[in-house]
Ligand binder design. Structure first.
Ligand code: NAP
Length: 278
């Protein structure tokens, strides 16, 4: 691709991976539209872009809101003469095991992490179909391939995202549209802290023991977390590949784990591992 003539829409750019990706793609010379649901949270992105000597069109886009995505993407297409690449990064975590979580928690997770991507595709696909090219790269997770204790709603949504895009990819390809997902393991930042609900503070109740044991495992895993910049670099690699694959793991550790999962037809080996975490 020729960066200067490539318009890249990125969601969830107020922090973390989205912010780092916006800076990376802008530094490479792309026409970046960096979006977030609340422009009051745009200061860190402004500072990072300034420090990098780069610029982006920063706009509001709430992926959980039908009108925000439909109207927002239509305006971007009109102002930027189309969109070439969408990086669907916005996502929320919801900590808890099923009995602790409300139906509203499950809905919220699905609304953002799955339907957010559906909304983006509804808005971008007509233009991509008519020009015969386009690219969606969605930030999934190792949680899109491997169920994890106390991540029931999050894993439900990321598995859903992967099912959605695995189903859509061969049809999209008929129209020259590439669809990819990336599966990071732990990435340093605010994501896990933001996902911890009130139940997380409780040191009592039936789930306190397994939760404490799982949290120790999770904290240990984050000692070897990747950085947002590493994931941004990874996204850049996919965006510039001529023939991108459907699914990428962003580290060797996740690649090994997902590889074992795919061979574990009965789920016994997986459950032996995840049972040890609680
Ligand atoms: P983060 O710093 O919390 O970033 C999440 C971003 O999504 C924030 O900008 C957040 O905006 C935004 N967002 C949430 N709901 C939104 C909505 N309805 N509309 C638009 N934006 C919304 O965490 P991150 O680690 O960079 O997460 C980015 C992606 O990576 C997520 O999809 C996550 O599932 C995935 N991931 C993260 C990890 C990890 O360990 N961190 C690992 C694997 C995958 P606000 O600032 O307004 O909340």
């Amino acid at each position: 691709m020729t960066p200067a003539s490539t318009t890249v829409l990125i969601t969830g750019c107020s922090s973390g991976i989205g912010l780092a990706a916006a800076v990376k793609f802008a530094r490479q010379g792309c026409d970046v539209v960096a979006t977030m649901r609340d422009l009051d949270r745009s200061a860190p992105l402004h500072v990072a872009l300034h420090d990098a000597g780069a610029s982006a069109d920063i706009r509001v886009l709430d992926v959980a809101d039908d009108d925000s995505v439909a109207n927002g993407v239509a305006a971007i297409i009109s102002d930027h003469d189309g969109i070439d690449v969408v990086i669907s990064n916005a996502g929320i975590g919801i900590d808890g095991t099923t009995e602790e979580l409300s139906i509203a928690d499950f809905r919220a997770s699905f609304e953002t992490n799955v339907l957010g991507v559906v909304r983006l595709l509804h808005a971008a696909m007509p233009g991509w179909r008519s020009k015969g090219s386009g690219r969606l790269i969605a930030v999934s997770s190792v949680a899109g391939a491997i169920g994890q204790p106390f991540n029931d709603a999050y894993c439900m949504s990321k598995f859903g995202l992967e099912g959605l895009l695995e189903s859509f990819a061969p049809v999209a390809a008929q129209f020259g549209v590439h669809v990819s997902v990336i599966e990071p393991g732990p990435v340093a930042g605010v994501f896990v802290d933001k996902s911890r609900g009130p139940q997380q503070q409780s040191s009592e109740g039936p789930y306190a023991g397994p939760r404490g044991r799982f949290q120790a495992v999770q904290d240990g895993a984050f000692d070897a977390a990747q950085t947002n910049e590493e994931i941004a670099e990874f996204l850049w690699g996919i965006a510039t590949e001529d023939d991108p694959k459907l699914r990428y793991q962003t580290s060797e550790l996740v690649q090994r784990m997902v590889g074992q999962k795919l061979k574990d037809m009965t789920g016994e080996r997986l459950l032996a591992m995840t049972s040890r975490w609680v």
